[in-house]
Design a protein around this ligand. Structure first.
Ligand code: DNO
Length: 428
């Protein structure tokens, strides 16, 4: 596999020369400054690509070319938005970028309640508490019907433990402080979304109001309708993907549960099977995000990797630990329920790593000519890119103002672990 790293562009405090020092070969990034729904022009793409290449790296994956809400809920201007999307795809391909990650999650991209959850060893991880999330929904967002919905929700937990979530939420309400309420809004609406989704920004003055407006757009959109909209989108762009050899890879819903009354359709093996079969074109593929999938107690991540590897175009290595009550935290890359060693075996067997980088000589050895690179079994021309996804926050990462989950030392540590796993696989 190709070792990649998510880099947030010129403003990222983690620089490209830093990434070269730690064995990164390819960059995962996006034109973060282009407003949602506008075409990514060739000039803009070229300028960023050349900047990346000037540091001896290559732009391997786009994460994300955002699918706007109107495409997801099927708004009146969706065809126009799909045309815009196609133009951006053509421009990316013309600049040599052929792997595009996106998601089909309505309104909210990924969700966590705690961004600095302390571990016993002094490090921090991202954490999701159902009770706090339900508190946000019922007491802060005050979404119509939320209380009733949560009363019917069976929280998925490893041992099927029953949980009275409303009793927990009401207990929380008795001890809640304005500071923690503020923090929950920041964590759920701003800090996890601002740098990835384009729907929300750090300087939004009334984020909750905006949030409610987005939710309203999905009035009457159920799972079947969202699936139909995803199929519509994929069928519309596939001819361009074929013509330009673009691999699309949808990111699973994170966490893989239905939230806020919104349908979510990339949560389980059945969901993934559905969208792969609904549009059975090899360019329609998956971002195998082991972290997102392992947060679902019902997901057997290794079995899913075995089944979906041939249609996987991008891999996120991360693992979650689910507590007996269903809450989850992001685990060490060598722990948790995702079994990343086994996943590396599965994906590496499809797309063996280029040996020069394994011998420690780094990316300078790799050419930008994709033909010279090893084959990725599925698409047959490119190595399968992987990135370590989020990492722990450790050793001072917390003071550096990095995007939530995207620490430097924590991710570097995880990358070193994964490089060790890959080297061991090669050796044996
Ligand atoms: C969070 C990320 C997601 C992902 C998008 C892809 O850390 O994994 O924001 O980039 O869902 O579109």
């Amino acid at each position: 596999m190709e070792i990649t790293w998510r880099w947030f562009g010129h403003n990222d405090k983690i620089t490209l020369p830093m990434l070269r020092q730690i064995g990164v070969e390819g960059i995962v990034t996006a034109l973060h400054d282009v407003p949602l729904g506008e075409v990514w022009t060739r000039e803009q793409i070229r300028s960023l690509r050349e900047y990346i290449e000037s540091y001896g790296l290559r732009w391997s994956v786009v994460e994300s070319l955002p699918v706007t809400e109107t495409i997801k809920y099927g708004g009146p201007d969706r065809d126009q938005q799909i045309e815009t999307y196609k133009k951006s795809l053509r421009n990316l391909a013309a600049e040599g970028i052929h792997t595009v990650c996106y998601n089909f999650m309505p309104v909210l991209d990924w969700a966590r309640t705690d961004l600095l959850h302390p571990n016993a060893d002094g490090t921090f991880n991202l954490f999701f508490s159902y009770a706090e999330f339900a508190y946000f929904d019922i007491y802060i967002l005050k979404r119509n019907g939320a209380r009733e919905e949560w009363s019917r929700t069976a929280i998925p937990s490893p041992a099927g433990e029953k949980r009275d979530i409303l009793a927990e939420v009401d207990a929380l309400a008795r001890t809640m402080t304005p500071e923690r309420e503020h923090e929950l809004v920041e964590n759920i609406v701003i800090k996890t979304q601002g740098f990835v989704s384009g729907n929300f920004r750090e300087d939004d003055e009334a984020p909750l109001e905006k949030f409610r407006q987005f939710l309203d757009l999905y009035e009457g959109i159920d799972k079947a309708q969202l699936r139909a909209n995803m199929k519509y989108f994929l069928e519309a762009i596939m001819p361009v993907c074929e013509e330009c050899d673009i691999n699309m890879c949808v990111h699973p819903d994170d966490p893989p549960i239905e939230i806020l009354g919104l349908p979510r359709i990339v949560r389980t093996a059945e969901d993934i099977r559905w969208f792969l079969n609904a549009v059975p074109n090899p360019h329609n593929g998956l971002t195998f995000c082991a972290g997102s999938l392992s947060a679902g107690a019902y997901n057997d991540v290794v079995a899913m990797a075995r089944e979906f590897a041939p249609r996987t175009h991008f891999v996120h290595l991360r693992s979650c630990h689910i507590f007996p009550n269903g809450d989850f935290t992001e685990a060490s890359h060598l722990g948790g329920r995702a079994d990343l060693v086994e996943l590396c075996k599965i994906f590496e067997s499809l797309s063996p790593s280029p040996l020069p980088s394994r011998s420690g000589e780094g990316c300078a050895q790799l050419s930008n000519d994709s033909v010279a690179l090893p084959l990725h079994g599925g698409a047959g021309r490119r190595p399968l890119p992987f990135r370590v996804d989020h990492g722990k926050t450790m050793l001072g990462d917390e003071t550096r103002g990095y995007n939530a989950g995207y620490s430097f030392l924590g991710r570097m540590y995880a990358l070193a672990q994964m490089q060790g796993v890959l080297a061991t696989l090669h050796h044996s």
